[in-house]
Design a protein around this ligand. Sequence first.
Ligand SMILES: C[S@@+](CC[C@H](N)C(=O)[O-])C[C@H]1O[C@@H](n2cnc3c(N)ncnc32)[C@H](O)[C@@H]1O
Length: 304
Amino acid sequence: MNKVKLKYDPNLSIRENAIRCGVSESAVRKYIRTNGIDRNYDNKVAKKRAILALRKEHPDMPLTEMSRRLGNAVNTIKKYLNSGENTSDIDTQKVSTFDISNHKFIIKSVSDNQTEILLNILRLHVRRETFDCDLTYSKGIFYQHISQPKLKFDKYPLDDSIMPLEKAMNIEDASLHSIVIDLPFIVKDYNSAKTSMIAQRFNYFSSVEELYETNEAMMSLAFRKLHKNGFLVMKTMDFVYGINQYWVSNFVQNKAKEIGFVLCDTFILISKTKILTTKGEKQHFARKFHSYFFVFRKGKKHIK
Ligand SMILES: C[S@@+](CC[C@H](N)C(=O)[O-])C[C@H]1O[C@@H](n2cnc3c(N)ncnc32)[C@H](O)[C@@H]1O
């Protein structure tokens, strides 16, 4: 059984892992056994991280309330709050999936599975169970195997659980830990949009300028709403329109830097479903077969 297919998450119980992956609990147990994972150690790390994260978010919360929210005894919470940085040393032959120095669980920059990329971003950078806010929620495909974000917005909300994008302006400034943006990457004039399935489903821009302006406006909005050191996860890709190539990924990186973000990681999603068609014409550019997930961190300055 291979790691990517199972998408084992050490933060979750065996039952939750089984539900998330659509496999039986015994399949998860077998995975843990065959990969020699130290589940006890992982449990301790997960528990401690949850306790510390709650304390950081609510420094004045009484221990009894923490205990109620997390389902841990007050003494357990006290113990983890008072312990040092390291939970304990692993003293068995087993491995911890939190131990990313172990090559088996090392997080790689390339994947053909976007859930794996998103989970790795959460695990490596955001260090929370899910993202605070998604500004381009659409159908929420990102959250098929990940907990729903606390705040969901979209310019064209598909149901009442999703708020119109204008409402995102009301979020208190500098209050969010993480934001996700996944804008359309298609430019179409009205007539060709009518015949393009992808363009209709996820919307499209009617000019390249509109695409660039929207990318910039959305990144600026995210910058305002994130607290210092908060994370912006931005999915993007380069594209060909007419006879030109548009390097949207370069634009996003440069603009993000101007706004005040620092790029802390890049993940490349390799397409496994894209149909390779050809009209028999001469090929001018490599066929785009990948998109990016950039992980930005909010730094100090802002241009506007
Ligand atoms: C590729 S989809 C996002 C898919 C989503 N990540 C998911 O998991 O299902 C792009 C979304 O951007 C939104 N959108 C389209 N034009 C926009 C604009 N000008 N400004 C902000 N959002 C826009 C669309 O409504 C659409 O839901």
